[in-house]
Design a protein around this ligand. Sequence first.
Ligand code: FMN
Length: 218
Amino acid sequence: MSTLRDRLRSTPSVTGRAPDWDPAVAPGNPRDLFVEWLLHAIDSGAVEPLAVTLSTADGNGAPDARVVMLKDVTEDFGLEIATGAESAKSSQLAGDPRCAMTFYWPEVARAVRVRGEATRGSREEAAQDFLARHPDARALALTERQSAPMADPAQHAELIAAQRARIEADPKLVSPTWTLWRVNPSQVEFWQGAATRDHLRLRYTCTAGAWQRERLWP
Ligand SMILES: Cc1cc2nc3c(=O)[nH]c(=O)nc-3n(C[C@H](O)[C@H](O)[C@H](O)COP(=O)(O)O)c2cc1C
């Protein structure tokens, strides 16, 4: 009888097909390469290409991580995400803005690792993001209790219904706690998998405003 360990050991990994890529001719700025890889993942039909793991540290320095959606990439390479100010991730970023983001696009055997610091967007930017969301997502956000324990699931349905009614009465209603966070990278690693395990890695590090590139051993 096969054990769980056997099952795990016989499950293939890095099965996606990576395109040709020569790190030696990569652009000097990681934003250009990031956008190229992101659009390639989208065009290749990667499932949930905007899903990214955001890692933060809590007040004791203990790590935490969760999946969020990438909302935009600014001209100056700010990676934007949106969430409630009441959430654990927002409290953690407010206490310590240092964070990491991990993208993985299995279909094309590519991953991008980002380390940087988050800054809060303006109220106007948060409002713009909020109003572009589906009414169901807005109703949920208007409860302003993301990550709070749910003591009574029946109360949850009531609260959501009440927020839906508020939105119907005022379609421009914006949650005052909705927050846009912009992660400003200081280090970005591009990883491309190979069936031969001769994976390609290229790391960009920003020092005194200038990006340096270096190849890494797989
Ligand atoms: C695919 C996917 C996308 C998600 N996108 C978001 C998002 O954009 N913003 C968000 O606040 N939570 C998002 N979530 C939920 C988070 O993973 C998490 O459960 C929630 O934000 C609470 O995290 P926190 O308590 O660490 O703040 C997403 C989850 C998944 C699986």
